[in-house]
Design a binder for this molecule. Structure first.
Ligand SMILES: [Zn+2]
Length: 307
């Protein structure tokens, strides 16, 4: 019976959309956060030729809210409001009539930090895309107390009100860093929140925890578009302070690959759709990724080291 129902459902219900995040354009001093305008153009041409629909984040979010088809939908987001995007990225989006979503680092823009756009330039970007908030001071949010997180967020909101006369409903975490506590606070201000966990987006994606795929260097966008959600059910990550004790969950695959930053990949057997991996691994870095993978299907979680 279950199989019959699955058969009758339209195929697109299982399709994935992809949200990319980029930072600098043609700023080769910073290879880990830079993409060349040449590659960006090549990627956009590839997407258009292969009938992908490039939309703003708000368009994709509305489709998810209304459970409409999001197959082959792609969103470009830009974090940090760097001048190099304004100079070298914006013209590409204008030429191809491609919208985008720009997350503004509001203190840098307000206080005119050298590498960053002015509010006038941000406003110009808004003509061709849309805006979101990328904090006030670009802090490591998980390192701040609750009051400090609220203060930073309020300052960002006030800057938007003062310089553009409105407040976006979208937020992207600085450094993509967050935990449950951070998410709860930011969510009080913004219904739509982007992280930077590599993964696709489905109709089941929670709008306050949207995965994005970074595009930098010589990234192969065709390969990134193959990423889909593994959809691990009831995923549990048990930690004893900074030691990952156990990772368990339900997935309909015979064997999976699990990755932890600095531990590397491990094969994990799945029995009766259940897996239970006990790495007993002590985190080495502040920011760590746990990736659960089967071929191109991946689920990614971010784990921050505690003090
Ligand atoms: Zn940033």
């Amino acid at each position: 019976m279950k199989r019959l129902i699955l058969f009758l459902l339209p195929l697109w219900l299982f399709a994935d959309a992809h949200i990319f995040v980029m930072h600098r354009v043609n700023d080769f001093r910073y290879p880990t956060t830079n993409i060349s305008s040449k590659l960006l153009q090549k990627d956009i041409k590839y997407l258009l030729k292969n009938h992908y629909k490039i939309v703003k984040l708000s368009t994709l979010v509305n489709r998810i809210r209304h459970k409409q088809n999001i197959d082959k939908y792609v969103v470009f987001t830009i974090d940090d409001s760097f001048k190099s995007f304004y100079k070298n990225g914006l013209p590409v989006f204008i030429i191809y009539h491609i919208p985008f979503t720009l997350f503004v680092y509001t203190q840098a823009t307000t206080e005119k930090y050298g590498d960053y756009m002015s509010w006038r330039q941000v406003k110009e970007c808004q003509k061709y895309g849309e805006l979101g908030v990328h904090s006030w001071a670009h802090p490591h949010l998980a390192m701040l107390g609750n009051k400090a997180i609220i203060k930073d967020t309020t300052k960002a909101i006030d800057a938007f009100k003062k310089y553009l006369g409105f407040v976006p409903d979208m937020y992207a975490y600085p450094y993509g860093e967050y935990n449950k506590r951070v998410k709860k606070i930011i969510n009080k201000f913004f219904p739509i929140i982007c992280n930077q966990n590599e993964g696709s987006v489905t109709l089941n994606t929670p709008l306050n925890d949207i995965d994005r795929i970074a595009i930098t260097g010589d990234v192969n966008i065709a390969k990134k578009l193959k990423i889909t959600h593994l959809n691990v059910k009831n995923l549990k990550i048990i930690r004893n302070k900074n030691t990952i004790k156990e990772i368990s969950g339900y997935v309909n695959k015979p064997l999976i690959n699990i990755y932890i930053t600095k531990m590397g990949w491990r094969w994990v057997k799945v029995k009766n759709e259940f897996f239970d991996f006990k790495p007993n691994f002590t985190l080495k870095r502040y920011r760590n990724r746990i990736i659960i993978r089967y071929n191109n299907k991946i689920d990614t979680k971010l784990i921050l080291k505690e003090k």
